[in-house]
Design a binder for this molecule. Structure first.
Ligand code: NAG
Length: 333
């Protein structure tokens, strides 16, 4: 009797599980089952620290020194759920992303986020001050809610046509727990709306706009590109973020104005990127000069396109000469 009851119960349970699965499957987008929903019971407070590693040692090619020197715009961070995207690799840039990536203007981007907040897709928006240098920190506090546990952020590279670094939909929640600490290295992206190749290219709209793409040491595959380092497998990280959960005990709460940077934030990463010399093509040969009795000499020259740095290949000879017969001597006599 007992065992048969157990059997029946087990069978019923299995049926229930199958039915539940079916229900959940058909609930579709309303109840995403990709394991990304956050079931934490409380909000979590975080400190987000952005660090720029954009140094002339790591990125010697065309490193912007003047008007303006290399620097970072203000950082825009948004907490949101799966139905919002601040930006996405391989997708077109929104008007807000374009404005921000090209000009550092945040108005449109904020407007898009505010619209999404009305639809409960965005939780909150944060921003930090810019960094007037390629190397430096900026930080903000973030209060994360379980229903918008993803973080996306962008920082524009200045100067640049439409380049930025960022994070797309990083989940700070893991099931029913908030993550304690996340560190991510950042790579540059091209918003696809301006065709400039170099940091200081003049504005040159891409028409039609391309999608957002990652910039690598090989892509775009053009020697003029500011990040083109054919000898590197990948670019060194140009920036990084560290997101650290704050203690909830009020006694240890850091005041807003005093974001002490954790000591571990910046193990100074010196990666000197070798930059090979690049020279132009040879000029055409010059006039053959010299006395007919001893024959003549002619010259050709080339010039330096890119000076080597950090033990890159030195420049080759820039002038070459060759023997020749002076033109005036070639006359048959
Ligand atoms: C650009 O993004 C759109 C929308 O995501 C996509 O349909 C299109 O195929 C993409 N184009 C390219 C060239 O990847």
């Amino acid at each position: 009797m007992m065992s048969s009851l157990h059997l029946t119960c087990g069978w019923l349970q299995q049926l229930l599980v199958v039915l539940m699965r079916l229900c959940l499957t058909f609930a579709g987008p309303l109840q995403p089952l990709d394991g990304t929903e956050c079931t934490a019971k409380t909000p979590a407070s975080y400190i987000l620290v952005f660090t720029g590693h954009w140094s002339p040692q790591a990125f010697p090619k065309q490193y912007p020194l003047f008007r303006p020197p290399a620097q970072w715009s203000k950082l825009i961070a948004v907490s949101h759920n799966r139905h919002f995207r601040l930006w996405e690799e391989g997708a077109p840039a929104s008007a807000g992303v374009q404005n921000f990536a090209e000009l550092g203007v945040t108005v449109e981007l904020m407007k898009e986020a505010k619209e999404a907040r009305k639809k409960r897709m965005v939780g909150a928006m944060y921003r930090t001050a810019g960094i007037p240098n390629g190397i430096g920190h900026s930080s903000t506090e973030m209060l994360m809610q379980p229903r918008s546990s993803l973080v996306s952020l962008m920082v524009k590279m200045i100067p640049s046509p439409d380049w930025f670094v960022g994070v797309d939909s990083l989940n700070l929640c893991n099931g029913n727990e908030w993550k304690e600490e996340v560190t991510i290295d950042l790579q540059p992206y091209d918003a696809g709306t301006d065709s400039g190749f170099t940091f200081s290219s003049p504005n040159f709209p891409t028409s039609p706009p391309e999608n957002i793409t990652k910039i690598t040491s090989q892509m775009p595959n053009h020697p003029a590109n500011s990040f083109y380092y054919p000898r590197l497998k990948e670019l060194p990280p140009i920036a990084s973020i560290k997101i650290t959960r704050q203690s909830r005990s009020p006694a240890r709460q850091t005041p807003m104005s005093n974001h002490i940077l954790p000591n571990s934030i910046s193990p100074q990463r010196f990666s000197a990127t070798p930059l090979d010399c690049e020279v132009s093509l040879w000029s055409s040969w010059g006039l053959c000069l010299g006395p007919c009795s001893r024959g003549g000499v002619r010259h050709r020259t080339r010039y330096i396109l890119l000076r080597p740095a950090n033990a890159g290949t030195p420049c080759p000879e820039l002038e070459e000469q060759a023997e020749c017969v002076p033109h005036s001597c070639m006359k048959r006599q």
